[in-house]
Design a protein around this ligand. Structure first.
Ligand code: SF4
Length: 455
């Protein structure tokens, strides 16, 4: 007898974003690269709008601009014409092509189309030689984070090369803020390590003002570094929920035998300690005094802030690995996560939360994956949290319950400076702690009939 199908439940205000959006963000972090969507114009417009509102930077996303007839006859000719246009008009050093719901549904074979393009353009200027990375990202099969990781994996699989070993260390941080990326690069430098950070959005999505418009913003992981990733001595990859998945780190390990170390996002003291311990081993030296002192100040701040935030209840939501890192951090500072929720469905979310909870709670937090905001609202009604911690899509829930929202991660559409929020390292934990303590104090002050000026 055939198995009974699961009843279909529609999503109401998803707690995740479109898969090729994540891929486009990853491609934006490569020097001279242009993200390219094989799909309709509307997909690219929606993504550009979404990204600009968070980063306050222009973000060009090319598109094969398919219409109704291509849904029947295929989008190959438009894809090839689009690739030639981007190469000629932008002078792209690399094009990252992500598929979309439409082109996956009609069954366009994008890698085959790109091969045909190369054959047809062989010998014509540089058209046949510019690297074109392809990644399959139907949005109905996953989240923007999965699209992001899939694009990074596609880049190392299709671009990295082997050869004589180097002393470089590959760092695959996942989708973190430009401020986080700048801090990670600074940490690697302070340890004296040559790091190859892929992707690197620190300048391409948070660059200085320029007098002239740049078609492709400066910055990003240099292509020469990506070629050399197959020769590095080690790879560090952030993401506890990536266990068991074929990732970029595993691709480098499998193809080039580069040892892979998987770590949680270094949010809070313990996860950052684990990251620094690995850096100490790789660098063969202790943590530099600057970072030791930041760690010491952080512990001091944990002690000072404890009386204000101890036992406050928080609902944490967003990308799985960000929620895992934030949960680790909240437990250290005495805030009780009562619900850890994500729109992602890696299958490892519960396990990762249990790992970082480390017996710090008498009872584990409620952990729910694959949720939308309708379901989060249902859960939260009974939990009566003091804080919401997540991206700006949770604002309406925070407003409904009169609970402060601490904005972290992506997207942040209703505040300024989302790209400069620091989450990682001892310095990131310090910044998060200050924001949380001050938010609790502000709420107390607002709710007080007296309005104490000394808290
Ligand atoms: S969900 Fe699908 S149709 Fe909608 S923007 Fe993303 S790729 Fe395009």
């Amino acid at each position: 007898m055939a198995a009974k199908a699961e009843p279909y439940v529609s999503t109401t205000n998803a707690c995740k974003l479109c898969k090729p959006l994540g891929a486009c963000l990853a491609f934006r972090g490569i020097e001279g690269a242009v993200p390219f969507l094989h799909g309709s114009q509307g997909c690219a417009t929606y993504m550009r709008r979404y990204v600009i509102s968070h980063f306050r930077e222009p973000m060009d996303i090319a598109s094969s601009s398919l219409g109704e007839k291509h849904a029947i006859y295929g989008g190959g000719p438009n894809l090839k014409q689009g690739l030639a246009n981007v190469m000629n008009k932008y002078g792209a050093k690399l094009i990252g092509v992500a598929s979309t719901c439409l082109t996956e549904t009609i069954g366009d074979d994008v890698p085959l189309l790109v091969q045909e393009f190369r054959r047809e353009k062989a010998g014509q200027d540089n058209l046949g030689e510019t690297p074109v990375v392809t990644v399959s990202t139907p949005s109905y099969s996953g989240t923007h984070m999965e699209g992001f990781h899939a694009a990074v994996k596609a880049v190392v699989e299709q671009v990295a090369q082997g050869g004589d070993p180097t002393e470089a260390v590959n760092l695959l941080p996942g989708f973190v803020s430009p401020a986080d990326l700048r801090h990670l690069k600074e940490i690697l430098d302070d340890f004296g390590l040559k790091g190859i950070v892929l992707p690197d959005l620190s300048d391409t999505l948070d660059g200085p003002a320029e007098l002239d418009y740049e078609k492709i913003p400066a910055g990003g992981t240099p292509l020469t570094d990506i070629f050399a990733m197959g020769r590095s001595r080690a790879t560090l990859e952030f993401g506890r929920t990536l266990i068991g998945k074929k990732t970029a780190g595993q691709a480098l390990e499998g193809k080039f035998v580069i040892p892979l170390k998987r770590l949680g996002l270094p949010i809070g003291l313990r996860e950052t300690d684990r990251f620094f311990q690995v850096l100490e081993e790789l660098a063969g030296q202790p943590t530099p005094p600057l970072h030791e002192r930041e760690r010491g100040r952080l512990i001091d701040a944990y002690v000072d802030g404890h009386k204000y935030i101890f036992n406050k209840k928080a609902v944490v939501y967003g990308e799985e690995d960000l929620v895992v890192g934030l949960t680790a951090f909240l437990l250290e500072i005495g805030v009780r996560p009562v619900l850890c929720a994500s729109g992602g469905k890696s299958g490892h979310f519960h396990e990762a939360i249990a790992e970082v909870s480390d017996n710090l709670l008498p009872e584990p937090p409620m952990v729910r994956e694959g949720l939308d905001f309708y379901e989060i609202a249902e859960e939260v009604e009974a939990l009566a949290p003091d804080l919401l911690i997540g991206h700006s899509k949770g604002y309406h829930l925070a407003r409904r319950w009169g609970v402060p929202l601490i904005r972290v991660g992506f997207p942040i559409h209703d505040r300024f400076g989302g790209q400069r929020i620091l989450h990682l390292g001892y310095r990131g934990a310090q910044s998060l702690l200050d924001r949380i303590v001050n938010t609790v104090l502000e709420k107390k002050q607002q709710d007080s009939p007296v309005g104490y000026g000394y808290l």
